[in-house]
Write a protein that binds this ligand. Structure first.
Ligand code: SF4
Length: 501
């Protein structure tokens, strides 16, 4: 545990921010209000409100490090002023921590999960590409390499969706099916082992059909179009082929302007759920975008993370999906799975190379609070920061050499090596839904278990979140109320003249 003494009493949210920044350098950190020993980082801030600037002196192990940051405060709203001051304090703290530890944080002081959204905001505010990159570097201490990556991704996104900034009058739909054959150790999604005996699956599906019909009715009545539809979960192919068929029938019957929907995707994630009858159902409804997710091509790893399928099954199901007409297949790999290093990741890339899926998402393992892996962290040996960084760089090189371009990126809390997740695609094969959800470009209506909805006020861009119940039992009891709540939100964002509370 690394202690940091800070010379001023700060509010709790500031303390949390400083702790988060210190945690980028140390396994675990704590801010203390008394300087007790030499091991403690002695941090002294000074603010000059006239300039305005923030300076810091850091003393540690007999050495002193200094930093200063000056920036004009243009905001007039109190909230915005506080936000900028926090950014200035973070800026100098990160700088001295980098000096003291010799570690570079490529994402600088960014704590949010959507760095590309920040870049798009700068662009929409009228800054040029170069100015937006400079703002990332100067204000947020993002490295030149990462700011170039962000700009490249944003450019690809605007090619895939030229109307990205003006899609606020449409919506996208997310449909969550909360069942999986088994639960993966790192997962916190609503994913419940599928038991067919107690009628839970059937009751859940009854509720979901009802939700789809009710939301479809509202969209039709208000003449609102759907940009993309995404079936996720869980694993949406864990239900029977006939059940999938019935859901797509309801989708086509209930949703308006289906001919204008730009993309429908079904996560077939777990290879052990993919069968010929299910692929035939997808094809029947014109759905040919799926995900077949290997995560790793090492059998021992799959066993260690609780995925009860083999590497061979992933490969077989990939080719089966191709034979059955799936035109656009995404595959996911995860960097930093237990006992994996560069060699295992190289092997995963080599196997992927033989298949050449249209898109590949390279995730970095993150320790989510409620996952089995986090609860029993000691049981799992994961690669160190340096190795994880090398794997990510290797993923970048491999993707480039194989004709993939990065098209979306997001970060998570407690992500290994403070890295990121990057979606790569062959040109023109990007998932539009992934772009829309990452950039928070329009309202996303979530249906089904654990599905979260984000309602965007088209006039102000303000977002309001609503979550459907995560557990099937709670969903079955509460879906009618969820429908009412979502319709009320839709009425408010699209038709109320009063801003949403
Ligand atoms: S397949 Fe996906 S949703 Fe299901 S348990 Fe594994 S990570 Fe979670």
């Amino acid at each position: 545990m690394q202690q940091l003494y800070v010379n001023q009493p700060f509010p709790q949210d500031w303390i949390r921010l400083f702790t988060h920044l210190a945690n980028l350098f140390f396994e675990q950190s704590k801010i203390v209000s008394e300087l007790t020993d030499d091991e403690t980082l002695d941090v002294r801030f000074t603010e000059d409100t006239e300039l305005p600037s923030v300076s810091v002196e850091l003393r540690w192990h007999g050495k002193q490090y200094d930093a200063q940051f000056t920036e004009e405060i243009l905001a007039t709203e109190e909230r915005e002023i506080i936000r900028q001051r926090k950014r200035m304090y973070s800026h100098v703290l990160l700088e001295v921590l980098e000096q003291a530890t010799g570690m570079e944080q490529e994402w600088g002081i960014l704590t949010g999960i959507r760095p590309t959204k920040l870049y798009h905001m700068y662009r929409q505010d009228g800054f040029s590409v170069d100015e937006a990159k400079q703002l990332l570097q100067q204000r947020h201490r993002v490295s030149v390499r990462k700011s170039e990556l962000i700009a490249q991704i944003a450019n690809i996104q605007l090619k895939a969706l030229p109307d990205l900034y003006t899609l606020k009058q449409e919506v996208s739909i997310y449909i969550g099916i909360p069942f999986c054959p088994t639960k993966c150790a790192y997962c916190t999604f609503p994913a419940y082992a599928i038991h067919r005996k107690n009628g839970r699956v059937e009751s859940f599906l009854d509720g979901l059909h009802e939700e789809m019909r009710a939301i479809g009715r509202w969209l039709k009545e208000h003449d609102i179009r759907i940009t993309t539809i995404y079936f996720g979960g869980g694993t949406p192919t864990s239900i029977e082929a006939e059940e999938m068929d019935a859901l797509y029938q309801t989708m086509v019957d209930s949703f308006p302007y289906m001919e204008h929907v730009r993309e429908v995707t079904v996560e077939a994630g777990r290879p052990d759920t993919i069968t010929v009858p299910k692929l035939k159902v997808l094809k029947k409804w014109g759905i040919d975008r799926i995900s077949v997710n290997p995560q790793s091509y090492t059998d021992e790893t799959l066993k260690a993370i609780g995925r009860h399928h083999s590497v061979q099954e992933t490969i077989d199901k990939y080719w089966l999906s191709r034979e059955q007409g799936m035109r656009n297949i995404n595959m996911d790999l995860i960097i930093g799975l237990p006992n994996e290093g560069l060699a295992e990741f190289e092997h995963s890339l080599a196997e992927t190379e033989k298949m050449q899926p249209e898109s590949l998402t390279i995730h970095t393992l993150s320790f989510k609070r409620a996952s089995e892996m986090t609860r029993n962290k000691d049981k799992y040996q994961v690669a160190d920061r340096k190795t994880v960084g090398q794997m990510m760089t290797r993923g970048e090189e491999w993707s480039k050499a194989n004709g993939y371009i990065p098209y979306y990126l997001y970060r998570q809390k407690n992500i290994l090596g403070n890295l990121e997740n990057v979606g790569y695609a062959k040109p023109g094969e990007e998932s539009l839904y992934n772009i829309l959800i990452m950039e928070e470009a329009q309202t996303i209506i979530g249906l089904g278990c654990g599905a979260s909805s984000k309602f965007m006020d088209p006039a102000t861009g303000k977002l309001t979140q609503f979550h459907n119940p995560k557990e099937p039992a709670a969903y079955i009891l509460g879906f009618e109320e969820s429908i009412d709540r979502k319709i009320a939100y839709l009425d408010e964002v699209f038709y109320s003249t009063d801003p949403i509370k």
